[in-house]
Ligand binder design. Structure first.
Ligand code: ATP
Ligand code: MG
Length: 887
């Protein structure tokens, strides 16, 4: 009988078992590997790769871990097979030149059969077809029946880490769901019957460049057991998703969708499983420092998250739901991964932002894709161009196009789409130009391996001209004279070549008869290209010159570079420790720092960041710059910038107690050299990416000096001390508003007096005085006063005025009681007239105001008012609904 264990118990049992066999228990490494050439941690052995490759000495001969892994190559299997995830945990035991095959096999068996209690008759093992030794151990030492030991070929059971290097045979343990089928025809590929749970790699050989295998002097063991798979077996559920490790997330998704998991269709179940899987992956990725983007790990994250969102929508889940599920992931995993709780807010913010953004992309993209499909219902083929356009122009992922198209029986010309994308990437990155340059320069550059950079220690140094390339065509030159622009290649150089955001140095090369100005320096591989103009004399290949960096240019740049490090540290301290650099520019006059952050910073935060940095500056921290192995730097807690490539040996810029970063740039010796730090602006550059521009050192002084000059001028003009400028501004604004008000009043009064002139236009109709007139652009308030004044002067009668203030129409009707007594109501009357000018209004029987939008119609409206008044007062008719022709 199998004993049911929770995922946590399985993990703990495994680790404790190997601990009792002398293994050092280590925590899971980050999903972002130290090895910059690998995108994500895909197996338990990855953190130990340098040990297996002999690049690092192990601190202990045996280790055991439960390692978070992400395998994007299994993404299509998720929810389709019972056993594959993108995110899973791999339990492993490792030997670094210590125990080997026999112990590894015996312990694996003991663990599975005794600790986990899996009956031996439910297990089958595989061995590499040439590995007689392993087979003998299974058969003779462990006692597995020979029919249940299956030999497999190199594709399945020979492990290699690359084309060369350590390698060796594997042996796997499979769980048998149908032991009743017997031992006669065992097919391990039959995944209805068998499930691979544990893989043992015997690293015993080394492969050289010719493919020759030799025995490794120190043999290693690397193993992997899928935690979720073991849980499936021990919890006796149908698949990994129904284990306690995943089901709470799957279940929550089903609740949000309002679909019971048990009775859901296969498609619905698959969607729930995908969501369960991907949510674990995205939560752990964000917690390990990845943020959604279109590059590398950021893209993996974005793809998984967007896929989860899409499946959620397919299930009918509405609104923002990934944070809800993320909470379940965090609750379920925080015992083992407590940093998930610390990063909770950060995780949620990133999910919300990405969900919102994708919502917009998705809606638009799906609509466009449906339109494309509607155009090709007969061929049922979506062209590469269409898929490409959806992706590049509308941000709609190609894999979503594939999925949606597939669901509706369409195919996509993927090859063509990929070709277009490759072409697009090349032309938009400017890589072509760089490639051309290399090609043209190649002949000249062969033999030159690298430019030796000596600019950390020296600003002036002797150098030899090894080669020169013409500009812009990059032809090789032997000799150039004054006025020519070229690229110079030196054997060694004190000039810093642009990298890590810091711009290249400027300066001079000088010889007895020659002076060359260096305008910029760029790197081509390990070679520095000095962009130069010959100022005087003749420069010849082979010349010995003195290379001299413009020290002021350099000093100003490096102050900004150190300031960038302080800025990153202050942002982490003040705003969020998860903030990481997303790009930077370090120039002599300013710095620009891009970083991931889902929201704008507040004024208070910016002020605190600035204050913190200036505090660090006056505290005069000395910079400690050291070169050390990458692993050591990471262990010391150095911040590495995402996407940058680092070699095995790195340069660490340590500002003790403040910041520690990997960086190849040049820096000041002490923070006090920065003098001052001032933020110039904070803005958004892309979704989730903010940008700060700032100045430091002389740059800050210059920035402030300009502002100071402006305030001084203002103070002089306004004749107050600088400190009183704000009050003066307020006073001036008040004064200005007051003056505007007075002007308005005066205009109104003028209009009213002007109105007096209208009295001559009064008509008498059937004993009633009537005045209908226009008053230019008089404002509504003055128009009202004018109407009142006119009626007062007339004694009794009907006044109807219109005007066109500020592009609108204003109307007023003022009727004396005698007029009202005839049955005319000002409110109703004006409403009908206002309609003509595209407006409306109303009021009391004797007085009403109205507005309209169409000033061109005012004349027509006034004519109508006159006619209506005439019809009513003179002939006793009701006002007409329709205008009549006066002529
Ligand atoms: P499979 O053939 O089933 O994909 P694999 O040969 O790729 O497995 P390994 O690379 O040997 O697996 O990994 C070691 C162990 O990690 C496996 O025995 C399995 O238990 C687990 N494992 C591997 N891939 C996954 C995955 N995508 N999801 C969950 N567990 C996995
Ligand atoms: Mg696999």
């Amino acid at each position: 009988m199998l004993t049911s264990l929770s995922g946590a118990q399985i993990r703990e049992t495994f680790l404790r078992f190997f601990e009792s066999q002398g293994h050092k228990r280590l925590g899971s490494a980050s999903l972002v590997p130290e090895d910059p050439t690998v995108l994500l941690t895909i197996a338990g052995m990855l953190p130990f790769k340098p040990i297996f490759l002999g690049q690092r000495e192990p601190d202990f001969p045996r280790a055991t871990t439960s390692q978070k892994c992400i395998r994007t190559n299994d993404i299509e299997n998720v929810g389709r097979t019972n056993r594959h995830h993108t995110f899973f945990e791999m339990l492993g035991n490792f030997s670094f030149g210590d125990y080997f095959k026999k112990e590894a096999i015996q312990w694996a068996w003991e663990l599975v059969t005794k600790e986990f209690g899996v009956p031996p008759e439910r297990l089958v093992v595989s061995v590499f077809e040439e590995d007689d030794e392993a087979e003998a151990i299974w058969r003779d030492v462990v006692g597995v029946s020979p029919q249940r030991i299956i030999r497999m070929g190199a594709t399945d059971n020979f492990w290699e880490s690359g084309p060369t290097g350590p390698c060796g045979p594997c042996s796997e343990i499979y769980f048998d769901f149908k032991p009743e089928s017997g031992d006669a025809s065992i097919d391990l590929e039959d995944d209805e019957r068998f499930l691979e749970i544990y893989n043992l790699v015997f690293m015993e050989k080394n492969k050289d460049a010719h493919g020759r295998l030799t025995e490794l002097p120190k043999k290693n063991i690397d193993t992997g057991m899928g935690l979720e798979r073991m849980a499936q077996v021990l919890q006796q559920v149908d698949n990994n998703y129904e284990t306690d490790l995943l089901f709470p997330i799957v279940h929550k998704a089903s609740v949000l969708a309002g679909i019971e998991y048990k009775t859901a269709t296969e498609t619905q179940k698959r969607a729930m499983k995908v969501i369960g899987d991907h949510m674990r992956a995205v939560v752990h990725l964000i917690a390990d420092g990845v943020t959604p983007s279109n590059l590398k790990r950021g893209y993996v994250l974005r793809r998984l998250l967007r896929r989860a969102i899409r499946y959620g929508r397919q299930l009918g889940i509405t609104g923002s739901f990934t944070p809800v599920l993320a909470q379940i992931v965090i609750d379920g995993a925080s015992d083992v991964y407590p940093h998930l709780v610390q990063k909770q807010n950060w995780i949620m913010q990133n999910l919300q932002l990405e969900e919102r953004q994708f919502g917009q992309t998705l809606e638009r993209g799906e609509r466009l894709l449906q339109e494309v499909m509607a155009r090709h219902t007969d061929s049922k083929i979506i062209s590469g161009q269409d898929a490409f356009d959806l992706y590049t122009t509308y941000g709609f992922p190609v894999e979503l196009t594939l999925e949606i198209a597939g669901e509706q029986g369409f195919t996509v010309d993927l090859a063509e789409c990929e070709r277009l994308i490759a072409e697009f990437n090349q032309s938009s990155s400017g890589e072509e130009f760089a490639l051309d340059l290399t090609k043209a320069a190649q002949g000249e550059l062969t033999g030159i391996e690298q430019t030796k950079f000596i600019g950390y220690e020296h600003l002036t140094a002797p150098a030899k001209v090894l080669a020169m390339l013409g500009l812009p065509e990059s032809s090789s030159l032997k000799q150039v004279e004054a006025g020519q622009e070229i690229q110079v290649i030196l054997d060694q150089s004190p000039f810093y070549a642009e990298s890590g955001g810091q711009v290249g140095d400027q300066g001079y090369l000088s010889g007895a008869e020659v002076l060359v100005r260096i305008l910029d320096v760029q790197k081509q591989g390990d070679i520095f290209l000095h962009y130069a103009r010959v100022e005087r004399g003749i420069l010849t290949v082979g010349d010995e010159v003195t290379a001299q960096v413009d020290s002021s240019h350099r000093r100003r740049s490096q102050a900004h570079h150190t300031a960038t490090h302080l800025l990153q540290a202050a942002l982490k301290k003040v705003v969020d420790e998860n903030i990481a650099q997303a790009g930077s520019l370090v120039a002599p006059d300013r710095l620009r720092f891009d970083f991931n952050c889902p929201r704008a910073l507040t004024e208070a935060e910016l002020h605190e960041v600035e204050t913190t940095i200036n505090q660090w500056i006056v505290e005069a921290h000395r910079l400690d710059i050291q070169v050390m192995p990458l692993a050591q730097a990471k262990e010391n807690g150095a911040v590495a910038n995402f996407g940058d490539k680092y070699g095995n040996v790195v340069r660490v810029i340590d500002i003790p107690g403040v910041s520690m970063e990997l960086c190849g740039g040049t820096h000041v010796g002490n923070t006090v050299e920065l003098g001052l730090f001032k933020i110039v602006s904070e803005s958004g550059v892309a979704a989730g990416i903010r940008r700060i521009e700032a100045v430091s050192g002389m740059g800050a002084f210059e920035y402030l000096a300009v502002r100071d000059q402006v305030t001084k001028t203002l103070a002089q003009e306004l004749k107050v001390p600088v400190e009183e400028l704000p009050q003066r501004m307020v006073a001036l604004q008040v004064e200005l508003r007051q003056a505007q008000k007075t002007i308005e009043q005066l205009k109104g009064q003028m209009a009213i007096f002007q109105a007096d002139g209208l009295l001559s236009q009064v008509e008498v109709l059937n004993g009633h005085k009537v005045l209908v007139a226009s008053l230019g652009d008089t404002d509504p308030e003055s128009l009202k006063v004018a109407a009142e004044r006119l009626l007062q002067k007339m004694g009794a009668g009907a006044v109807f005025l219109g005007s066109t203030p500020q592009g609108k129409v204003s109307l007023v009707a003022n009727f004396s009681p005698e007029v009202v007594a005839t049955g005319l109501q000002a409110g109703k009357f004006i409403g009908a007239i206002a309609k003509i000018c595209g407006g409306g209004g109303g009021g009391r029987p004797n007085f009403a105001q109205a507005g309209g939008k169409d000033p061109d119609k005012l004349a027509e409206a006034l004519t109508q008012a006159k006619v209506d008044l005439k019809m009513h007062l003179q002939f006793g008719n009701q006002p007409l609904k329709k205008p009549i022709d006066l002529e």
